[in-house]
Ligand binder design. Structure first.
Ligand SMILES: NC(=O)c1ccc[n+]([C@@H]2O[C@H](COP(=O)([O-])OP(=O)(O)OC[C@H]3O[C@@H](n4cnc5c(N)ncnc54)[C@H](O)[C@@H]3O)[C@@H](O)[C@H]2O)c1
Ligand SMILES: [Zn+2]
Ligand SMILES: [Zn+2]
Length: 396
């Protein structure tokens, strides 16, 4: 089959690889019909290079048709239409039973000290072949895949794999009080969807911050009050402007939907580049043990949120020794919540919104649909935010 493989920093290629097969009784194999490109893939493209191996199959936002299901997957049969969550979880361990499938005790990648295995997400998360491919082996298929109805186009359901539950959890964790305000940093697919969900759930005021004109415009069109980072000389200028618009105190909650690739953290950039040039083992260690994050967005979130408010982190961070302003966090009494999205935890809440009325606008959410063969171009376009790319969906 054809699959998108990682070959090196900023180098992905579509190659022919062996077809996946059922390996365990709890596996299924699906024929992928649509598969998303995510901001998280961009970390692998560049910053998380030390954890990647040439040939790794990328992708964690797939949906498709069941080809074959193992003997311990009674709920699926060939021909079923399914969306596959980005994390692999068993559904029956203590963590899964507690609504935390990202921490699944059956699939945790203990060698690396990490939580549940993820599709297509480096050695850190189990080196599981990903879903930007014609076929995908789905481990723990007795729990993961979400059956969806025939009829509507793939885009109606595809975002259940990641974008929707991630944004849903970010908004839930933000805990915006009724009639309250929330600021969303980053208006990529995740931040954009956070704004839509917050508005849908009745936040009185949703503020969005980014620096890409098309992304700001997209959010503005849906009723978000947007701030262009480029319109301010300093961090403080932006903080003051947002506070002015939110009762002088700052928003009740701030969602960081940027993560480790934030613009405006020049020191970290040099460290990251150094990590990319060091021999692999050293670079991986530097990345885990030293401060290599670009924390500009997190610092902004901490300064923006009102005293006693909540910062909800959905952007991915990866360093271990980055300085956090503990005195400010403590004095301002800020709650900080974060983590990978617990996909199955939120699916039943989200499914009723994926109707023809389409309140969250999923049908028109993708800006680009491309064949799998165009993956190298799609990665570059998405990373460089060219051609209005916000969400790219590949069709194998
Ligand atoms: N928690 C989860 O389960 C989960 C799931 C999916 C994605 N993510 C993470 O969420 C983040 C966003 O993902 P995405 O797909 O929307 O990616 P993206 O890269 O398209 O979006 C990031 C956006 O942030 C903007 N930005 C950069 N620096 C900024 C700054 N200093 N202030 C404000 N905005 C800034 C960029 O212009 C971009 O529009 C990534 O870190 C991704 O890894 C987490
Ligand atoms: Zn994703
Ligand atoms: Zn589990």
């Amino acid at each position: 089959m054809r699959a998108v493989t990682w070959q090196g920093k900023r180098d992905v290629r579509v190659e022919t690889v062996p077809d996946p097969k059922i390996e365990q009784a709890t596996d299924a194999v699906i024929k992928v019909t649509s598969t998303g490109l995510c901001g998280s893939d961009l970390h692998l493209y560049e910053v998380l290079t030390p954890f990647m191996t040439p040939g790794d199959i990328l992708g964690h936002e797939p949906m498709g048709i069941v080809e074959e299901a193992g003997s311990e997957v009674p709920g699926l049969k060939p021909g079923d239409r399914v969306v596959v969550p980005f994390q692999i979880a068993c559904g029956h361990c203590w963590m899964c039973a507690s609504g935390l499938p990202t921490q699944c005790e059956t699939t945790q990648v203990r060698e690396e000290g990490m939580g549940a295995a993820l599709f297509g997400y480096s050695k850190l998360y189990g080196s599981v072949p990903g879903g930007q491919a014609e076929y995908l082996r789905v481990p723990q298929a007795q729990f993961g895949p979400i059956k969806v109805p025939e009829g509507p186009p793939d885009d109606r359901f595809l975002y259940l794999s990641d974008v929707l539950p991630t944004a849903w959890q970010a908004v839930r964790y933000a805990d915006v009080p009724p009639g309250g305000s929330v600021a969303v940093l980053g208006l990529g697919p995740i931040g954009d969807m956070c704004c839509r969900i917050a508005l849908h759930q009745g936040a009185a005021q949703v503020v969005g911050v980014d620096l890409v004109p098309e992304r700001l415009q997209r959010a503005r069109e849906r009723g978000v009050e947007v701030f262009d980072l480029n319109g301010f000389d300093s961090h403080d200028g932006l903080v003051d402007a947002v506070k002015d618009r939110t009762s002088g105190r700052g928003p009740d909650a701030v969602i960081d939907a940027v993560g480790t690739e934030a613009h405006g953290s020049p020191l970290a950039r040099t460290q990251q580049q150094a990590a990319g040039l060091l021999p692999k083992a050293w670079a991986a260690r530097l990345h885990q043990k030293a401060g290599t994050d670009r924390l500009a967005a997190l610092y902004l979130a901490i300064d923006l949120v009102r005293r006693g408010g909540t910062v909800s982190l959905s952007g991915v961070y990866g360093g271990a020794a980055d300085p956090l302003p503990m005195m400010t966090l403590f004095d301002r009494q800020i709650q900080l919540r974060m983590g990978q999205a617990n996909v199955r935890r939120w699916v039943d809440d989200i499914l009723p919104l994926l109707t023809d009325e389409d309140p969250l606008g999923v049908d028109g959410f993708a800006t680009h649909h491309v064949p799998l063969a165009d993956a190298p171009h799609a990665y570059k376009m998405f990373q460089q935010k060219q051609d209005g790319a916000v969400k790219v969906v590949m069709r194998p």
